[in-house]
Write a protein that binds this ligand. Structure first.
Ligand code: MN
Length: 225
């Protein structure tokens, strides 16, 4: 094995509640997975199969660090989401076996340059620079799946409730999402899935404090700097 010609990139990881860290391979995200959010974005939630986009693993922002307001946008939106972490994977995973691949959960934010996304949609261009920019995935501590039952999902900005729903309202459930995604790509240990955001997405500005929680899972906290 020849030596690396540059130092290896740092392994992305999410801290686990109580100690240790979960190394991350890929980040998948589900689009429009709550009916009320699909409607607020101008879509009919009943007619669409799930669709996916990705963020780079090193877009994760952990440990409650400040999120620098990103360049090239004037419309940075919050999307509060339940994040699912896989301990194993495969292709063509059946719905009945899907949950066995889950290591744990976390509360996360799919931060979005909404103006860049709107322009991409109009021009039929990719969403990557709207979704996968640096620090675009703030995430809280991960908890093991055993015993964790994700319930209410909520986001406060400067103390005021902006998003409030329940993970039970996912259009595509966690097993359905894993099964469908595994038909498109082979899933592996270390993969994260941001499962989609409920209604109430809106812009944030410098100085705003975002405090999200998923009942039964945990919190995510980030200040926009
Ligand atoms: Mn999202």
């Amino acid at each position: 094995m020849p030596d690396h010609v540059i130092p290896p990139p740092v392994q992305a990881a999410v801290p686990v509640a109580g100690g240790g860290s979960f190394p991350v391979r890929r980040i998948y995200c589900v689009g429009r997975n709550y009916a009320e959010h699909a409607r607020e974005m101008g879509h009919d939630p009943d007619r669409e199969p799930p669709f996916f986009f990705t963020k780079p693993a090193d877009a994760l922002l952990t440990g409650g660090a400040d999120m620098p307001y990103p360049p090239m946008t004037a419309d940075l939106h919050h999307e509060m989401e339940l994040v699912v972490a896989l301990k194993s994977g495969g292709a063509d995973i059946g719905e009945a076996e899907a949950i066995r691949h889950v290591w744990g959960y976390a509360a996360g934010l799919d931060m979005t340059r909404r103006d860049v996304q709107d322009a991409a949609k109009k021009a039929r261009r990719p969403w990557d620079m709207a979704k996968g920019f640096d620090h675009s995935a703030p995430i809280g501590e991960m908890v093991p799946a055993g015993g964790a039952v994700p319930g209410r999902i909520e986001l406060r900005v400067n103390g005021a409730i902006r998003q409030s729903s329940d993970v039970g309202k996912l259009i595509w459930s966690i097993p359905e999402t894993i099964a469908y995604l595994s038909k498109l790509v082979r899933l592996e240990a270390g993969d994260l899935i941001f499962t989609g955001t409920p209604e109430g997405v809106a812009a944030v500005t410098r100085g705003d404090l975002l405090e999200g929680m998923v009942e039964g899972v945990g919190d995510v906290r980030v200040r926009i700097a």
